[in-house]
Design a binder for this molecule. Structure first.
Ligand code: GZL
Length: 312
């Protein structure tokens, strides 16, 4: 009879049976990113049959490329990438293809000429999020009887060249054409971080004394803007409307406090979605190339009732 020689109980897997997943994560710049990382770490466990190799690139593409090369060296079974920006991936993805390692893109998108360089992508429709933010603002101003008034807007952009920044900026800009009374005073990147968001908002407040709306392309930059607005003696959520993206728990707290007016959801819980894709690929099944997740818009009046339903 073949007795269990490894000393492990029958349920635990030998190293060899685990599916090895190399995950190149953007960084740890925001609450959204933290939730996204937790989603992967809680999904790709040994109990579930995986070995997760995790790399935090500190928002630098060259670190992501190094990590991907490392995963290729280790001959992982799958490479998952949350790309910090859309361009500059052809070479390293060509190396992964050469090595016969499937690549799954998650969250932001990549811009490549040859889409055989990745198996599939799962993430958000960032342009739609930009549209949703503009539509919410139009409705809010209408309710305030300010549809014809000149509305001065500034935008705290995300990391320039990331799909989230491109989509949100372009989506909002397209909708602005429907509102000739809306003026975009300035747009500058706050790198999706709270500290940079505060710094840029401080400079906007010094340059413009009549800002009506801040579009913050993520909640952490909105939190920084809120602090800067308070420090300037103005009331966020009232003197200056705060429109944000991500809808993380702290955004619901800010809306309950009256500091933020709306947050457009961007769902970070991609771990289970990527695991489902890998399980299909393991069985040799086809997977859809582009997989968009559903999202909502959360205005302040919904915050109190919804905050306890939020997972992140
Ligand atoms: C969006 C994601 C963005 C979030 C930011 O899917 O790429 O990156 O909106 C995060 O909070 O930094």
């Amino acid at each position: 009879t073949n007795t269990q020689t490894s000393g492990k109980d029958a349920s635990s897997k030998d190293e060899g049976d685990l599916i090895v997943v190399g995950f190149s994560q953007v960084g740890a710049e925001s609450d959204w990113r933290t939730a996204n990382t937790k989603s992967f770490q809680s999904t790709f466990t040994e109990e579930a049959g995986y070995k997760l190799l995790f790399d935090d690139a500190q928002q630098k593409q060259e670190n992501q490329i190094k990590a991907i090369r490392n995963f290729i060296q280790q001959d992982v079974d799958y490479i998952v990438i949350a790309p910090v920006v859309e361009t500059g991936w052809e070479t390293v993805l060509g190396e992964a293809k050469e090595a016969g390692i499937p690549v799954i893109i998650v969250d932001r998108m990549i811009n490549v000429s040859d889409d055989s360089l990745f198996t599939c992508w799962v993430g958000s429709n960032f342009k739609q999020e930009g549209y949703d933010a503009a539509d919410w603002l139009a409705e809010y101003l209408e309710k305030q009887g300010r549809s014809e008034e000149t509305i001065n807007i500034v935008t705290l952009q995300g990391t320039i060249g990331s799909s989230a920044q491109i989509g949100r900026t372009e989506g909002f800009a397209e909708k602005m054409k429907e509102h000739p009374n809306w003026v975009m005073l300035d747009r500058q990147t706050g790198e999706f971080t709270q500290s940079k968001g505060q710094e840029v908002m401080e400079s906007f407040l010094k340059s413009y004394d009549d800002i009506d709306v801040v579009i913050a392309e993520n909640d952490n930059m909105a939190f920084g803007a809120i602090d800067a607005i308070k420090a300037a003696g103005k009331v966020p959520g009232k003197d200056i409307i705060i429109v944000s993206f991500d809808a993380v728990k702290a955004a619901f707290e800010a809306m309950i406090a009256g500091d933020m007016n709306v947050s457009v959801e961007c769902n970070p819980l991609h771990g289970p979605r990527v695991a489902e894709i890998i399980q299909k690929l393991e069985k040799g099944e086809q997977v859809e190339k582009l997989q968009y997740v559903e999202e909502g818009v959360y205005p302040a009046e919904t915050a109190a009732e919804l905050i306890n339903t939020r997972e992140y």
